[in-house]
Design a protein around this ligand. Structure first.
Ligand code: NAP
Length: 239
């Protein structure tokens, strides 16, 4: 049975990824700061729920007290702000969770990972191109892509792959918060706020968390053994 770790498993994409692996018969550990959210993801599926802060080195060292075959670095955060309005605190927090959190997750995972292991980051299309009003988030996600591509070269000879998925907007609490903030800030209705936040979508909709989970499942599969250092875009054609 494969042992899988998903950080940020208490909601959104992490929840869908964790449930997808559990449905496939894998032993799944989910990590995050809120135990109640992790337990809700589990919902009797037999997952191991571990509280951890991905930005805290000691916390991450403690999380890897057993080895994993598949590690999904999903935890991340971002808040809209123009560069001129981005406080140093917001900048540092965004990089600590969204970039350094992935570094700590992967570094700790490497110690116990055997040939066939999989390191998968949930990046974003914000890691591939610039996005006005979210520079700290985009900088962190670009950093994730640099980490993934570099680490892939280090682990390839050990039979391990390191890849990322790069979704556009996904229907999760993060997207809901962005829409709610725009509704409040501009005093507009949901339809207009969704149009402003999500923009025009070739497919007419944003991505479902389960569609990201399916891409992660592929990257974790034996069929993806020669896919390494890649960022798999999931946008329905937007990028
Ligand atoms: N939604 C989108 O449109 C979208 C698009 C592209 C990429 N992404 C990326 O997908 C990932 C998941 O996002 P989501 O949309 O599912 O957002 P979400 O619902 O807000 O989930 C984020 C998860 O990360 C966890 N987390 C945050 N800070 C943490 C920390 N310091 N330590 C441990 N866990 C932490 C949260 O749990 P706790 O609060 O309990 O710790 C939460 O479970 C993120 O990396 C995000 O950047 C999202």
């Amino acid at each position: 049975m494969r042992r899988v770790l998903v950080t940020g498993g208490g909601s959104g994409i992490g929840r869908a990824v964790a449930r997808d692996f559990a449905a496939g018969g894998d032993h799944v550990t989910i990590a995050g700061r809120r135990l109640d959210a992790l337990q809700e993801t589990d919902g009797g599926r037999g997952m191991e729920c571990r509280t951890a802060d991905v930005a805290d080195e000691a916390s991450m060292k403690a999380l890897f007290d057993t080895p994993f075959d598949i590690v999904v670095a999903n935890a991340g955060m971002g808040r809209a702000a123009r560069v001129a309005d981005t406080s140093l605190d917001l900048w540092n927090t965004t990089l600590a969770v969204t970039l350094t959190g992935v570094f700590l997750t992967f570094r700790e995972a490497l110690a116990g990972m055997k040939s066939g292991g999989r390191l998968i980051a949930i990046s974003s299309i914000a890691g591939l191109h610039g996005e006005a009003n979210t520079a700290a988030y985009a900088a962190a996600k670009h950093g994730v892509m640099g980490l993934v591509k570099s680490l892939a070269l280090e682990v390839a000879r050990h039979g391990i792959t390191c890849n990322a998925v790069c979704p556009g907007w996904v229907d999760t609490p993060m997207a809901e918060t962005a829409v709610a903030n725009v509704m409040k800030r501009f005093d507009i209705g949901r339809d207009e706020a969704e149009a402003r936040v999500f923009g025009q979508k070739p497919s007419g909709r944003i991505v479902k968390p389960e569609e990201v989970a399916a891409a992660v499942r592929y990257l974790a599969s034996p069929e993806a053994t020669m896919v390494n250092g890649h960022g798999l875009v999931i946008t329905g054609g937007e990028t």
